[in-house]
Design a protein around this ligand. Sequence first.
Ligand code: 5RP
Length: 253
Amino acid sequence: MLLKVNHVVVLQLKRYLHKMSLEEAKRIAAYKAVDEFVRNDQIVGIGSGSTVVYAVDRLKEKVNKEKINVVCIPTSFQARQLIIKHGLTLSELELHPEIDVVIDGADECDEKMTLIKGGGGCLLQEKIVASCSKKMIVVADYTKDSKRLGEQYKKGIPIEVVPMAYLPIKRKIEMLFGGTLNLRMAVAKAGPCITDNGNFILDWHFPTGDYDWQKINQEICVIPGVVETGLFVNMAQKAYFGQADGTVKEKNS
Ligand SMILES: O=C(CO)[C@H](O)[C@H](O)COP(=O)(O)O
């Protein structure tokens, strides 16, 4: 009995330490990106997800300490709330259509710097903001750094779709490229997950293989009803991955 209790405690401790090490990895990556890329008088895109929270903390510290002016463009409702909560200057693409740098997380980043994004469901606005930005900098922990997409991230490639078209899109992609697409379901609501833009998300579990992601992305995007994919090809210039040993690995395009 005592042995069993000890085993459970050790397991819980291990899980806790793993979580802590991941959080620390996210923090150091995000801090480094802000330190190295944000400068006075810049328009900065604010990504979405848990790692970006650390980037916004650091940005706030930097703005206070160095008395710099930074205008922030959010990529989601979450990012907008973060900007407001930190008392940073909030703007939008209509006022600032040209962004200097966007700092964003990723679900996975392969050796060519192709990203899977949208695990948090914010892919559309994230891609729009990244497309308006001179530089896209990725911040992530070590579990996101892969040679090939799908190596570590097992939840599939998110595809944002117009609700009425989700089933035909699912069938077309399964027929064209194989694999399966699952309609993402909400966690604290009955039914599907609804994006910030009122759409659904299909998560594509693609068959293992070598892909021309640029081509696949283009082919998926022309299917009527597809709004955007979470494939970010040739968009990110640099990625920072916080490591378990406290160092930060850098990857460049
Ligand atoms: O694409 C995203 C949200 O749509 C996030 O950037 C991605 O899911 C990574 O999130 P986290 O920093 O929590 O690991």
